[in-house]
Design a binder for this molecule. Sequence first.
Ligand code: FEO
Length: 182
Amino acid sequence: MFHPAIRGKPQTARKMVSKKVENALNAQVEKEAMSSQVYLAMASWAEVQGLEGVAAFLYQHSDEERMHALKLMKYINERGGHAVVPALTKPPKDMKGIMDVFKSILQQEVEVTGEINGIVDLCLKEKDYTTHNFLQWYVAEQIEEERLARTMLDKLNLIGGDKGGLYLFDRDLLSGASQPHG
Ligand code: FEO
């Protein structure tokens, strides 16, 4: 039995997000955490291939996705909801190649953009302008993440099968020339 002083107010008295919005945000926590997990597996694969720069880029990208999940979790709790830590599935260990990795990243980011837009839409329907405002950071972030993934794919297309080109691509990533920022 908790002392009344530490039991806190009933959830309903301090709840500022609707159940629908809370559920949508929690679903997005899972998506961001899964992105982090997938990019981590890609990073490990790249490291094993000797692509040090690509690995560094992907490890950092994985960290950023975890931060995206964490930012959502903190917001859910601040608004009186309950952020849930999701169970994650095991991502593939092996990749078909570097081009495939970046194609998957772009596909993943396009999907995330669609999911974020879906929650933005829900916020408007629910008249939850606070969450709508909070999500603008994610809207801007997705523009940047898609742009970055497309730039990387364009570079890889230019390189084609040229090993020297891939070496320079990897070295540029190691020096931080194309690091994500969000
Ligand atoms: Fe958090 Fe790359 O979307």
